[in-house]
Design a protein around this ligand. Structure first.
Ligand code: PS7
Ligand code: MN
Ligand code: MN
Ligand code: MN
Ligand code: MN
Ligand code: MN
Length: 357
């Protein structure tokens, strides 16, 4: 059932949904199926952050211009008629017509509007800090701590905003608001998966998000990951990154237990199950060093069906992919034992949630 009724929507809102479809394959579908109370607020939240991320990603905007734009975006989103025509990014068209998003934002309930504005302020400042750093320090993250702080800014904060929207609309257990580490894990798990998967694309774009603390254990220089002669080392590095991402799984499953509305459950669960399937696909897969890899349409369909039922079926998806990671684990990998233990821990955790009869 579609929750939207385009015949009742005004031109600017229709335009916002056009941008939503244009800028995201994965999120537009789940957002459009949301409970009507949060459908438009979350669609607009997405577009604001997509606009901010388009500025962050645009390497043609000089740093002395980019940084203030990021820091000020929470004010920019209030300026009637604001547009930006100097981006060369793939989603530049959104910024060229950003005035429609601003118009629609002003129609939101004030409590939703304030959450969006607050998170835009926090994310813009976090992105600005990192835009400066990645330029200065021989481009890129140094420690795992840096890496997690970056993931906090671009995804943990999205989680905070969404959780506040769910709780404000009474579509989630209010106790979720008192468990920020669960929310944080939801964002960390998605963002880390995105970063691990995009290793090649980001390298081509002159960007690197893997922390040196991890990759320097495997190769001497970042470029070595893409040398045929260093394949084994590169795969071991990716394994260690996957191991690190897997530490968030239990908290993600816990978080999803707090959803009270089926459409919100689906909205939070689909990206998480897609992420675990993506981690399995890229684990020990040399193809990700050469091109973008994506789960097949068939697998995506199956996962979607299973993620729109209940926590049990979502746990089944996690269990299936964690087992596959466990089986693919290679004894020559320096993290073999740690990965094996991590997988076993997750399998055990799911087993205690839903014991076999
Ligand atoms: C408001 C739905 C559900 C508690 C635009 C959803 C880029 C992985 O690398 O384009 O640019 O290609 O695939 C989404 C937590 C954020 C984190 C973040 C806003 C889940 C701007 C998603 C999405 C929190 C910064 C995918 C984080 O981008 O990446 C709404 C709970 C935007 C969520 C970025 C990444 C999202 C991301 P890339 P993508
Ligand atoms: Mn993307
Ligand atoms: Mn970005
Ligand atoms: Mn991006
Ligand atoms: Mn245009
Ligand atoms: Mn990416």
């Amino acid at each position: 059932v579609h929750k939207r009724d385009p015949s009742k929507e005004c031109e600017t809102l229709k335009e916002c949904f056009r941008f939503l479809k244009m800028t995201s394959r994965s999120f537009s579908m789940v957002i459009q199926e949301l409970n009507p109370e949060l459908l438009v607020p979350i669609a607009l939240f997405y577009l604001v952050l997509r606009g901010l991320d388009t500025i962050e990603d645009d390497m043609t905007i000089p740093l002395d211009k980019k940084t203030p734009m990021l820091r000020d975006f929470h004010n920019t989103m209030e300026i009637d008629g604001w547009q930006f025509h100097e981006s060369k990014e793939k989603d530049a068209e959104l910024l060229e017509h950003f005035d429609v998003v601003i118009t629609e934002l002003k129609k939101l309930k004030p409590e939703y509007y304030e959450i969006i504005k607050d998170l835009t302020l926090k994310m813009g400042n976090g992105m600005a800090d990192y835009a400066a750093d990645t330029d200065k320090i021989e481009n890129g993250m140094q420690t795992v701590e840096d890496y997690e702080l970056y993931c906090h800014y671009v995804a943990g904060l999205v989680g905070e905003g969404l959780t506040r929207l769910f709780v404000a609309s009474e579509l989630a257990n209010p106790k979720l608001a008192e468990r920020p580490s669960l929310t944080e894990s939801m964002g960390q798990f998605l963002q880390k998966t995105n970063i691990i998967r995009d290793i090649h694309e980001d390298w081509v774009d002159g960007r690197r998000w893997y922390p040196k603390e991890i990759w320097s254990k495997h190769v001497d220089k970042w470029e070595d990951h893409f040398e045929l002669s260093k394949r084994e080392q590169a795969l071991n590095c990716i394994s260690e990154m996957v191991l690190d991402a897997l530490k968030h799984v239990e908290e993600c499953l816990f978080y999803m237990a707090g959803m009270r509305d089926q459409s919100c459950f689906n909205f939070v669960a689909i990206p998480q199950t897609m992420a675990i399937a993506t981690l399995e696909l890229i684990f020990r897969n040399p193809a990700i060093l050469e091109r973008n890899v994506k789960i097949t349409k068939g697998d995506a369909c199956q996962i979607m069906l299973e993620s729109t039922q209940n926590l049990f079926t979502v746990c089944e998806v996690f269990r299936r992919y964690v087992r596959r990671i466990h089986k693919k684990n290679d004894p020559r990998d320096p993290n073999f034992l740690a990965i094996s233990a991590r997988c076993a821990k997750i399998e055990q955790f799911i087993e205690t949630l839903y014991p076999k009869q």
